[in-house]
Design a protein around this ligand. Structure first.
Ligand code: HEC
Ligand code: HEC
Ligand code: HEC
Length: 198
């Protein structure tokens, strides 16, 4: 039975050598490409790359992040750039983000945003885009860590009356965190906002 099966596979390969070779080659190329893509994704999503690959980010958004509660706090909890900025659970959106992120490479080498002041000048425009992304997903990345239900049920009830009031109404509509909290982690870039956080 088994021998007969091997035999028929061998006959199939002998009689259709070209298509079989093409299929095998396509498989090898496919595996190569997807392994390559996975490695590039892992490398470009790393904290080292996002925070330190270019000096214009290092001296601005990264320097601010280093002082923020999402990086330095009494609990020693670190939130990485990717955890807020990458749509980790959605492969196609991640690919979309990678394609738009290529404009940063253009910005660096062609618009010379590494020169003092250039990247800084573009920040308001970039911040607007990031805020629009968060609005489109209704702050999905924030909510992967912060749940309204738990947020409201804790000490805020005692310590922060305004937060309790605002969160109690925001949770009814599953509100976008960024409609009140802009400039979380980075210095706010002149969008109108109710509150700033360091
Ligand atoms: C990977 C998990 C994670 C993600 C994603 C995340 N946070 Fe946080 N956030 C935390 C932790 C942990 C703390 C508490 C740090 C501490 O101990 O003070 C915190 C603290 C905060 C605080 C209070 C401290 C402060 O900055 O003054 C605010 C406000 C906040 N987060 C808003 C947000 C918003 C808005 C987003 C989305 C843009 C977000 N967080 C995304 C984990 C996360
Ligand atoms: C309608 C406005 C509004 C929305 C929407 C909102 N917040 Fe807040 N939040 C506030 C206010 C006001 C405070 C208190 C600020 C203060 O006390 O300085 C606050 C405080 C906080 C704090 C600090 C609490 C503490 O005990 O120090 C965290 C963390 C936080 N918000 C996270 C979030 C997250 C995450 C979301 C989205 C899931 C969100 N907020 C949505 C208004 C809002
Ligand atoms: C807690 C979530 C959070 C973390 C962590 C975080 N960011 Fe942001 N980032 C935001 C939000 C929200 C905005 C939108 C602008 C705003 O709210 O001021 C933003 C905006 C930006 C912008 C647009 C320009 C600007 O000044 O606003 C860049 C670039 C950026 N982040 C890069 C980074 C890098 C690099 C890291 C890691 C070193 C990082 N971010 C970590 C939430 C985060």
């Amino acid at each position: 039975m088994f021998v007969a099966w091997i035999d028929s596979v061998a006959t199939f390969v002998r009689t259709r050598t070209t298509p079989v070779l093409v299929a095998l080659a396509a498989m090898v190329v496919g595996i190569g490409l997807s392994t390559g893509y996975a490695s590039v994704t892992a490398a470009t999503s790393s904290q080292q790359f996002c925070a330190h690959a270019c000096h214009e980010m290092e001296r601005t958004v990264t320097a601010e992040y280093a002082q923020s509660r999402h990086h330095i706090n009494p609990k020693g909890t670190v939130v990485t750039c990717a955890e807020c900025h990458l749509p980790g659970h959605a492969p196609l959106r991640l690919m979309g983000h990678q394609i738009t992120a290529l404009s940063r490479v253009w910005g660096h080498f062609i618009d010379r945003e590494d020169l003092p002041g250039r990247f800084e000048a573009r920040r308001p425009e970039l911040a607007k885009k990031v805020l629009a992304d968060f609005a489109a997903t209704n702050a999905r990345e924030c909510k992967a860590c912060h749940s309204y239900a738990i947020l409201v049920a804790t000490e805020q009830a005692v310590e922060a009356a305004q937060a309790r009031r605002d969160h109690t109404s925001a949770m009814k509509t599953d509100g976008n965190c960024l409609s009140c909290h802009q400039g979380v982690t980075h210095t706010r870039q002149d969008q109108p906002a109710s509150y700033d956080f360091p």
